[in-house]
Design a binder for this molecule. Structure first.
Ligand SMILES: C[S@@+](CC[C@H](N)C(=O)[O-])C[C@H]1O[C@@H](n2cnc3c(N)ncnc32)[C@H](O)[C@@H]1O
Length: 580
């Protein structure tokens, strides 16, 4: 299929869309030049978006931005006076939405019975809404195509994504119509028939079959839109971003800036290499990942994490199979979760006397080469403190030039190490390994060498991580800072195994850990009537700040709220240090 606008557009981003040798995989995007970690590889405009009902009055229904509640200069969202169902940040967003789709939906929803259905959160309603918006765009584009053809943009600089680029990408997407089970196709036919009954869709000249195809495309191409805290707030059709294939160990991530989607490199990507993103959360067992990818996207994943039977194979063995089909956001926010046995065991270990944060930090100091006794099972505390020795800060390069992720000058390197009061690599215990992979391999072998007992909590299992994540969020919400630090430290270790080093979930978590550490210091100092606390606390906080800064830079970027928050935290800490 010839895609002249799209090819020129991608080339302006140093990317090419090429056919994969495996026809079932379709095409893939490769880098034409080296792409550096943290850089935005390309941006993608939505062809259509739908907000989740629960968020409709929190985010602008057009740009998906949220007014900063605390800022007096920012206007609150304005509700459409006609349908009273959609919210916009200003007249400009309202006008854009009106021209695109709102004029149709607004009239229809104020009069028709479908108004009631549209207010529910069921998948058919979301699919129907998305279908209407996409159909409107495609129908109008088809009409425009009859009349004119736009000229290509200039070569040599990054181009704007024109409607032609978006449409060419959209109309070339893979939908696996032939692979869909009959019941799904029947459901799609029902949705398409419902949508076709609306006069503004019927007039576009699109057939039921075309609309069913669009619904199939949504299934294997659409993105969940996330807010800046990474909670899902809507769904979007992003045709250009949909061209990126999946890997469970990706080299890029999809990051939202309101309704705009940025694809960002999370490692240095050499020229000629395929750029991949993850379609699903990597915090799942190999079996669940592969099943989800087969059922929703119709392929057998042969990425490095799924096929490697040494390093990644060991990680998947470690994580285990004991997971329900949990979705982190849902589980974390589900209050009934507290009845979970595993959660109770976690609470017991964290809140019991055997986990004294300061004492454990002293025992597992990086100069002492301490590992828990192998005659006993690992507890959360021994696991977390022991593995922090291995991972931090050497897993994040700036402290160890030999990890070759960044190459800071020796001066900077020494300054960082001195500031964290960490030993130089030759003096560190356990010895610092040359590469992140070696650190991980050593850690996996160590973890797996401990005995497990039936019914006892196994720290490195996915089920433990799921319960711990829910417990962590509760502790943060209730202001139990010391408990948050303990369990947050454990979660950070688990993330080291599961996610690539520079991953937004890791960045977000490290920032929360840094906040919890700071609040815990303040709380403890108040309890001790202003006496300065042990230096170990300060060093712990410095470490989480240093790691969050480095990780946020490469994932959310320096324009993000996360970056502003981490700088603010650092500033407050420095000020307090000066005043002590
Ligand atoms: C969002 S599209 C990705 C772009 C697609 N390759 C194309 O040419 O349009 C998703 C589809 O691409 C294919 N795909 C994506 N990642 C793959 C992978 N790692 N291995 C095999 N097929 C993959 C699957 O057919 C999947 O349903």
């Amino acid at each position: 299929m010839s895609l002249p606008h799209l090819d020129v557009y991608l080339e302006s981003y140093q990317l090419a869309l090429i056919d994969d040798s495996n026809p079932k995989k379709g095409r893939c995007i490769v880098a034409l030049e080296p792409l550096s970690r943290g850089s935005i590889i390309t941006t993608s405009q939505p062809l259509a978006t739908v907000t989740l009902q629960a968020n409709r009055n929190e985010f602008c229904n057009y740009c998906f931005k949220k007014p900063q509640a605390m800022s007096p200069k920012v206007m609150p969202l304005q509700r459409c006076t006609q349908c009273r169902a959609a919210y916009f940040c200003n007249v400009s967003c309202f006008k854009n939405a009106w021209l695109g789709y709102h004029q149709f939906v607004c009239k229809a929803s104020s009069t028709s019975a479908s108004n009631k259905a549209a207010s529910s959160e069921d998948p058919d309603t979301l699919d129907a809404e998305m279908l209407e918006r996409v159909a409107l765009n495609v129908g109008r584009y088809n009409q425009k195509e009859k009349n004119d053809r736009d000229a290509f943009g200039e070569e040599g600089e990054r181009q704007e994504e024109t409607v032609d680029v978006t449409m060419e990408a959209f109309l070339s997407l893979m939908g696996h119509v032939e692979d869909q089970p009959k019941n799904v196709l029947n459901r799609y036919k029902r949705i398409a028939d419902g949508v076709l009954k609306k006069p503004y869709i019927a007039s576009l000249g699109l057939s039921q079959q075309q609309l069913v195809e669009f619904l199939c495309w949504f299934q294997c191409n659409n993105f969940s839109i996330q807010d800046n805290q990474m909670f899902t707030i809507g769904e979007g059709t992003y045709p250009v971003a949909s061209l990126f294939n999946h890997s469970c160990r990706p080299n890029a991530v999809a990051m939202f800036d309101g309704a705009l989607l940025n694809i960002r490199a999370i490692v240095d990507i050499p020229s000629g290499e395929e750029v991949t993103i993850a379609y699903i959360d990597a915090a799942h067992s190999r079996t669940v990942r592969q099943k989800t990818l087969r059922e929703k996207y119709f392929f057998n994943c042969d990425c490095v994490r799924c096929t490697d039977n040494t390093f990644f194979g060991q990680i998947d063995t470690m994580l285990g199979e004991e997971e329900t089909d949990w979705d982190r956001a849902q589980r974390v926010l589900d209050p009934s979760n507290t009845k979970d046995n595993l959660r109770q065991e976690i609470a017991k270990q964290v809140e019991g006397d055997s986990w004294d944060l300061l004492e454990m930090c002293r025992i597992y100091d990086r100069k002492s080469n301490c590992v828990p006794k192998p005659s006993k099972p690992l507890t959360l505390s021994t696991y977390a403190h022991c593995f922090v020795q291995f991972f931090s800060p050497y897993l994040w390069s700036s402290h160890n030039p030999r990890l070759l992720i960044t190459s800071p000058s020796l001066h900077n390197y020494r300054a960082q190490v001195d500031r964290l009061e960490d030993p130089q690599p030759p003096a560190a215990r356990p010895p610092v390994r040359d590469t992140a992979d070696e650190i991980l391999s050593t850690s996996i072998s160590l973890a797996l060498s401990y005995p497990t007992y039936p019914g006892a909590l196994i720290p490195y299992r996915l089920s433990t991580l799921a319960a711990a994540t829910s417990y962590f969020y509760d502790m943060m919400a209730d202001g139990h800072w010391e408990n948050s630090v303990k369990i947050g430290m454990y979660i950070a270790i688990q993330y080291c195994f599961i996610y690539p080093q520079y991953h937004p979930i890791m960045a977000q978590h490290l920032l929360m850990l840094a906040k919890a550490s700071w609040n815990s210091i303040v709380q403890l100092e108040l309890l001790h009537h202003g006496r300065a606390l042990d230096k170990l606390y300060d060093n712990g906080f410095r470490r989480w700040i240093a790691l969050s800064k480095e990780t946020i830079q490469s994932t959310f970027g320096k324009q993000s709220d996360q970056w502003r928050e981490v700088l603010e935290l650092e500033w407050i800490f420095m000020r307090e240090q000066k005043l002590k």
